[in-house]
Write a protein that binds this ligand. Structure first.
Ligand SMILES: [Zn+2]
Length: 339
């Protein structure tokens, strides 16, 4: 079984203008001669919009992903863009996702994504989302202007602990505002402060090869309620991941298996602290396919390079940890897969 603990499914009305412009800016700068933001605003949009997650469900089926967890980013009112909100309110966005999750029981689960800078309203939305709408946890995106160690986040952590749900926090670089907020070190203090009653999921594990995964390991090494989640690591491993599979780039599979070996060795729980994820739809489906195949065949592939990964360890990373930490019912997922 394969559970993807980190995906995004968007419709246009969920995205504020600043973020559309920031995506278009990067698209425009990919190849010479550089284009303009205005040109790319039109070109770069439609591939992302997926009302009701229909396109994504088909991709899941093709790649053998049994269930996924949507981790919404609250992009409204990011630092430097006060008042720039999506056409849908943050409440409407989260409610919409929860309705999809109800309809797609056993296939699609969702967290509540809300910015702690929204104050009391954020805590109320989290509580309503979990208690009344069936959401499974909280997603925080520090890039928008806060450190996870900031006191402003603590009422949300307290609420998560009370509700018995985990918090997923983006770590490392990202196509948002400022990555300084998302350095792994800022997870240490809240994870220690809530060590008795809250599981932290470090989205992206600080970032994959060439990024901050080593800093992430340093932080999580003695803090076992920090779990390293591997979404968005795929493009650093599978050739051409960031640019599409153009053939001239190399795979970094041996390096990744070495990285995974170091991670499981450093973390107190070993593979019990590592969670599979993808961050789709932010890279091409052919990269995703190879990423899923790598995990499904990990014991055999790792053995080719002299590493010993047991099926038990692979099962932990691929679905058992997600099921335990996010409290997903494996029977419900199996049943949905038989339909
Ligand atoms: Zn993400």
């Amino acid at each position: 079984m394969l559970i993807d603990a980190h995906v995004h499914v968007w419709i246009r009305e969920m995205i504020p203008n600043w973020f559309l412009r920031s995506m278009a800016w990067r698209e425009a700068r990919k190849e010479l001669p550089f284009g303009t933001v205005e040109e790319w605003l039109e070109k770069s949009r439609p591939q992302y919009w997926d009302p009701g997650a229909e396109r994504w469900l088909k991709v899941m089926e093709d790649c053998g992903i049994d269930a996924c967890v949507n981790v919404p980013n609250d992009l409204g009112g990011a630092e430097g863009f006060a008042g720039d909100e999506a056409p849908m309110s943050i409440k409407e966005i989260n409610q919409e996702y929860c309705e999809w999750a109800k309809r797609l029981k056993g296939k699609f689960y969702t967290f509540i994504g809300v910015n702690p800078l929204r104050g009391k309203a954020a805590v109320e939305l989290l509580e309503k989302g979990v208690k009344q709408w069936g959401a499974r946890g909280l997603k925080l995106l520090p890039h928008t202007g806060f450190y996870p160690s900031d006191r402003i986040c603590y009422p949300l952590y307290e609420k998560c602990a009370e509700l018995g749900v985990p918090v997923n926090i983006h770590t490392g670089a990202g196509t948002f505002r400022y990555s300084k907020y998302a350095h792994p070190i800022h997870l240490e203090q809240p994870a220690m402060d809530f060590r008795r009653d809250l599981e932290f999921i470090a989205a992206h594990a600080g970032g994959g090869i060439g990024e901050l995964w080593e800093e992430m390991c340093t932080v999580a090494r003695y803090v076992p309620n920090i779990n390293l989640e591997l979404a968005q690591v795929a493009p650093t491993v599978i050739r051409g991941g960031f640019r599409g599979n153009k053939g001239k780039y190399k795979d970094h599979i041996p390096q990744f298996i070495d990285m995974l070996d170091i991670m499981r060795n450093m973390l107190i729980g070993g593979c019990a602290n590592i969670i599979f994820g993808t961050d789709m739809p932010t890279y091409p489906v052919e990269v995703l396919k190879e990423w899923c195949d790598l995990f499904k065949n990990l014991p055999a592939i790792a053995a080719q390079y002299g590493y010993d990964f047991s099926q038990e360890e692979v099962d932990l990373m691929c679905y058992r940890n997600a099921a335990r930490i996010i409290k997903l019912d494996l029977d419900e997922i199996k049943k949905a897969g038989q339909k």
